[in-house]
Design a protein around this ligand. Structure first.
Ligand code: AQP
Length: 350
């Protein structure tokens, strides 16, 4: 596979990776495989990496303030426990760098209502409910996400499949800004969606994404689950009575079975065909305990380390404050230049 980080379409922008996760609940296996594990891989490739806890996004739906603070620290603990190093990556929470909200406003004035109306995540999150009651922030979410990315002139964004449309909107916003103001100021950022588990599905329904806000705790594996809980959730995961087949094509109409094979492949760092080559002809009675062992071996050490880090919230806050200072130093000149381009007077002496 071509190395996505070295195939940037715009050589004028130095490769820089940005991504974020909402502290809107506990981290799931979906967040880990679809995002964090790949954040660590990119950090380890030696590229400049900036990873955010997007707390301004989290409040687009109601968050209890004490719970939000706890979840933000726990998300930071998850980043650190999974292998992100605050010396090599910039780690911070979004609200400590006010330029995110300011650039978000500019992009609210660049993005078109029609574009936002087409966002499937907005439609999914408001379907069946009264969209009139959703917050204005939830509607504008993708425009703030574009600001998060473009504030750092990020060239690459590792995300799960569900965020692809939002990164495409980021590209549209950058292109429209560059076109309208006749500049080549913002990069046209590439989404990086790779790996065996870019879309981890619910353990209870293989057609729905595994989500931290799913009301059923058994639908997901949380990074804070202990070994017994992980094994029990995998044991209870919905499956079918058929044995595993020899090819992935034969799993086309078996979403739950396909999901467990994807998870196994992603955790083992192997491909799905290799998993089927090993388990073809066997039922879930044989497969699930092996998957549980693998999940426990990978996730239990992260869970233990998160628990240890959470004993010292002041140290987590210190890391986030330091990361915010470093993020701010990159973001402020880019915001200032954006505002100048749009015709705003910037005459304050700082
Ligand atoms: N199930 C998933 N499979 C693969 N990747 C996933 N991601 C989330 N769920 C899966 C990836 O994790 C990153 C952060 O996502 P987020 O928490 O900011 O937002 P989300 O995608 O809306 O995640 P949730 O868990 O579904 O949150 P809630 O329930 O609060 O809406 C992204 O890169 C995402 O692709």
């Amino acid at each position: 596979m071509a190395d996505p980080l070295h195939s940037a379409p715009q050589s004028t922008f130095t490769p820089r990776v940005f991504s974020g996760i909402q502290p809107s609940g506990g981290l799931t296996l979906g967040n880990y495989l679809g995002a964090i594990k790949r954040f660590v891989d990119m950090q380890d490739q030696g590229i400049e990496t900036i990873y955010c806890m997007v707390d301004l996004h989290a409040i687009t739906v109601w968050q209890d303030p004490a719970a939000l603070r706890h979840q933000t620290r726990e998300l930071a603990a998850g980043y650190l426990a999974a292998g992100l190093d605050p010396k090599r990556s910039i780690l911070f929470n979004q609200s400590q760098v006010s330029a995110h909200a300011e650039l978000g406003w500019v992009f609210n004035c660049v993005a078109r209502m029609g574009w936002m109306n087409r966002m499937t995540q907005w439609k999914d999150k408001t379907s069946g409910k009264d969209a009139e009651k959703a917050s204005l922030g939830l509607f504008a979410y993708p425009s703030l996400m574009a600001a998060d990315i473009l504030l750092y002139h990020a060239t690459h964004v590792p995300v799960g499949e569900d965020q692809k449309q939002h990164v495409e909107l980021t590209r549209d916003i950058a292109a429209k800004f560059n076109h309208d103001y006749k500049v080549d100021f913002f990069p046209i950022t590439e989404p990086v969606i790779e790996g065996a588990a870019t879309r981890v599905m619910s353990l209870r329904d293989g057609t729905r994404k595994m989500s931290k806000s799913d009301p059923s705790d058994n639908s997901r594996i949380n990074l804070t689950d202990d070994a017994d809980k992980i094994a029990s959730k995998i044991r209870k995961a919905k499956t079918d009575p058929e044995p595993l087949p020899e090819t992935m094509d034969a799993l086309a109409d078996r979403p739950e079975a396909r999901n467990l094979v994807n998870i196994y492949a992603a955790l083992a760092g192997t491909d799905k065909d290799a998993v089927l080559a090993e388990f073809a002809g066997q039922g879930f009675g044989a497969f699930k305990p092996r998957l549980a062992d693998l999940a426990v071996a990978t996730l239990a050490p992260i869970s233990v380390e998160m628990g240890r880090l959470m004993q010292d919230p002041a140290e987590i806050d210190r890391i986030l404050g330091d990361g915010a200072d470093r993020a701010d130093a990159i973001a402020t000149p880019i915001l200032d230049r954006t505002l100048e381009i749009t015709g705003m007077i910037r005459s304050r002496r700082r």
